[in-house]
Ligand binder design. Structure first.
Ligand SMILES: *[C@@H]1O[C@H](CO)[C@@H](O)[C@H](O)[C@H]1NC(C)=O
Ligand SMILES: *[C@@H]1O[C@H](CO)[C@@H](O)[C@H](O)[C@H]1NC(C)=O
Ligand SMILES: *[C@@H]1O[C@H](CO)[C@@H](O)[C@H](O)[C@H]1NC(C)=O
Ligand SMILES: *[C@@H]1O[C@H](CO)[C@@H](O)[C@H](O)[C@H]1NC(C)=O
Ligand SMILES: *[C@@H]1O[C@H](CO)[C@@H](O)[C@H](O)[C@H]1NC(C)=O
Ligand SMILES: *[C@@H]1O[C@H](CO)[C@@H](O)[C@H](O)[C@H]1NC(C)=O
Ligand SMILES: *[C@@H]1O[C@H](CO)[C@@H](O)[C@H](O)[C@H]1NC(C)=O
Length: 598
């Protein structure tokens, strides 16, 4: 999440999104809904799901995965930290927060404030619903020793220990906010351990007000790159160095290797789009460095694993484990396998960058469930936390309910089933990390992407870049996203061409969706509700309709989200009309796409 530079439409589930969890659903067991649950929200920084790093965390496996539900198709709305965290806090897509960067003018804590979102976000909504709201760790970038009080004081918290810039990413020199407006500097102490200690102290304090449920946010920086406080100059961070392990974990994972069997691992042929396609093959020194980087990430995660154990033990000790929902996730993913010849980093639309862990346990949460098919994002998780707390946003947000509990799962099933698509967006520059990537700024990195999973058969990703490039990958046959199906000219009648028009239409709706259209994009396209999935939209009888739709495109690449560069937009008159004769605009996608030579 760090770069070197740098709304209440009526939900189909309105009663769900806005009602308090009073027992309005007869099939729910009364004990599960009578009182508001406590919520502990653990959000780490830059942990991927694709490389299965949570499998290296034994406490998390025993205390969360085995005792709760693991969602394998959970995604970051935007693969960079402050924007993704903003999407969670506001339950909105990034195009609706317009927090697109970690730094002004496009993002960061000051811009979050300038856009009027402080005080109109999850912490205040929870406080308004009678929650005792506390937070330890990183809230978002730009939350600094100079900008956490006064005009920029974060609303809604009873107490806090925010990690503050410029010390945030220094594993050995953290600076924490205090509620009285002073800063607590802890040079020479290990950041994650202090976050764990403070989280446990907050739990003890929250237990002292039994009339109030609590929400505790816990946000350690691991496994983000280490950026030393002294390495900052003029406000800009320097080297994105190897994550730092606690000394007790520094000996671990010495034998771990990168997975060189993966097709995307430092391939002989260039792959991907935009600047990724221009990368040279990495030399062995660089690959060995990435391996060291990967090990350092796993090591740094071990202190987080102990934090998880500490939090669960404390909840048990204060008698709150049975009425507390514990959520574990990450703000965005990370690539650290030399994939597509890349340096370590995030920000791209590939699975490594956008797929993040989500594990949940607590009252009503199925035990031992692994959900491979439900597709949700941090924006959805934000609205689900509000729902569980009986809290409401003061604007129309975009989130769907993630089926965390048995009760929610039944409701979601009744209302048409779990979500099968995810919108991933990006507008600012990309940056590599590590010794060979830090300081290299990548332009032409504006894109919109959609990830679709329906059952076991449908498993696609589709991206449209500001450069005009398009990418379609079938993840069932191409897990590493190496064979771009949009590269070859396609006969309009081919399956891939038909797939392409459908994915593009879905993206056209999602890229400017708000509220209900983010939850039910198919219903925007097919207003009679007869088509509610990619699978049914693929029917040949809709070929001419989809071919006639305008395509997602950008008029040029530029930093930031500028609406005038992003025409055309979905308009209601584009919706499918059963009686109408559709005439294709051109010969399918083949005529309009930019074809690049491999
Ligand atoms: C703020 O709180 C800290 C820790 O309790 C205390 O040491 C410090 O004196 C307080 N400062 C002010 C200005 O109240
Ligand atoms: C490495 O990648 C290959 C190819 O995708 C996969 O079959 C294998 O399970 C992976 N190995 C590990 C240890 O993850
Ligand atoms: C390997 O690649 C890195 C990054 O491009 C470069 O700095 C280094 O000099 C190269 N090393 C060798 C031995 O070629
Ligand atoms: C979920 O997917 C994983 C690998 O992708 C597979 O090993 C596992 O069996 C699946 N679980 C279920 C419940 O389908
Ligand atoms: C961005 O993309 C355009 C169009 O493909 C290209 O002409 C330009 O050179 C690229 N700019 C950079 C900085 O890569
Ligand atoms: C989709 O593709 C990914 C990557 O190959 C694979 O792990 C997963 O099992 C596939 N199926 C589903 C339902 O996600
Ligand atoms: C997003 O914010 C930037 C910076 O404030 C502004 O330039 C841009 O016009 C905004 N975009 C939209 C679509 O509101």
């Amino acid at each position: 999440m760090l770069l070197a530079r740098a709304a209440a439409a009526v939900f189909a589930l309105a009663t769900l999104a806005h009602a308090s969890p009073a027992p309005s659903f007869p099939r729910a067991s009364p004990s599960a809904v009578l009182s508001k649950p406590n919520i502990v929200f653990i959000i780490v920084d830059d942990q991927d799901a694709r490389q299965n790093s949570i499998d290296t965390m034994p406490h998390l496996q025993r205390l969360l995965v085995d005792e709760g539900t693991r969602f394998n198709k959970f995604f970051a709305p935007i693969s960079v930290c402050c924007p993704s965290r903003s999407s969670f806090l506001r339950s909105q897509c990034a195009h609706n927060t317009n927090i697109t960067s970690v730094m002004p003018p496009y993002g960061g804590w000051s811009v979050f404030n300038e856009k009027g979102m402080n005080g109109h976000y999850l912490p205040t909504f929870l406080a308004n619903a009678n929650y005792d709201v506390r937070y330890v760790g990183k809230l978002m970038n730009g939350h600094s020793v100079n900008a956490f009080t006064g005009d920029f004081e974060a609303d809604g918290f009873v107490d806090h220990a925010f990690l503050l810039d410029p010390n945030t990413y220094d594993y050995w020199s953290p600076a924490f906010s205090r509620a009285n407006g002073t800063v607590e500097y802890r040079p020479g102490e290990y950041s994650t351990d202090l976050v764990a200690e403070k989280a446990i102290a907050f739990l003890a304090q929250a237990a002292e007000t039994p009339d109030k449920p609590f929400f505790l946010g816990v946000a350690p920086i691991a496994p983000h790159s280490h950026i030393s406080t002294s390495g900052h100059s003029g406000g800009l961070p320097g080297l994105f160095d190897l994550p730092r392990a606690a000394p007790r974990h520094a000996h671990l994972f010495q034998d771990v290797k990168l997975n060189s069997s993966r097709e995307s691992h430092n391939p002989d042929v260039p792959s991907g789009a935009s600047w990724v396609r221009t990368l040279d093959k990495l030399n062995s020194t660089n690959v060995e460095y990435i391996e060291e980087f990967y090990r350092a990430r796993l090591q740094a995660l071990q202190a987080v694993d102990e934090l998880v154990e500490g939090v669960i033990n404390k909840l048990e000790e204060i008698g709150k484990l049975d009425d507390t929902i514990v959520i574990y996730t990450s703000d965005n993913g990370f690539e650290a396998n030399a994939g597509h010849r890349r340096q370590p980093g995030k920000t791209l639309p590939y699975e490594e960058d956008i797929n993040v862990p989500l594990v949940v346990r607590g009252p009503g949460v199925p035990r031992g469930l692994v959900d491979n098919h439900s597709v949700y994002s941090l924006a959805d998780l934000g609205s689900t936390v509000l729902h569980l707390a009986g809290a409401q946003a003061d604007y129309d947000h975009d989130g769907s309910l993630v089926p965390l509990t048995h009760e929610l799962r039944e409701q979601v099933e009744r209302d048409g089933g779990t979500k099968g698509f995810h919108l991933a967006e990006y507008w600012v520059e990309g940056i590599g990390e590590g010794k060979y990537g830090s300081g290299i700024t990548r332009f032409n990195q504006t894109y919109r992407a959609v990830r679709v999973v329906e059952g076991d058969e449908i498993n696609y990703s589709y991206a449209v870049w500001c450069t005009g490039e398009r990418e379609i990958y079938d993840l069932n046959t191409d897990p590493d996203q190496m064979h771009n199906l949009a590269l070859a000219p396609l006969a309009p009648t081919s399956f891939t061409a038909r797939l392409h028009t459908r994915l593009d239409a879905l993206l056209l709706v999602l890229k400017s969706c708000s509220g209900n259209s983010c939850r039910n994009p198919w219903k925007v396209i097919f207003r009679d509700g007869k088509v509610q999935s990619l699978r049914t939209a693929l029917d040949e009888k809709y070929d001419a309709y989809f071919e006639a739709l305008p395509r997602v495109r950008y008029s040029e690449c530029r930093l930031g989200f500028h609406i005038k560069l992003e025409a055309p937009f979905w308009t209601e008159d584009l919706a499918y009309s059963p009686g109408k004769e559709y005439v294709p605009l051109d010969a399918g996608f083949g005529a309009s796409q930019i074809v690049l030579s491999a």
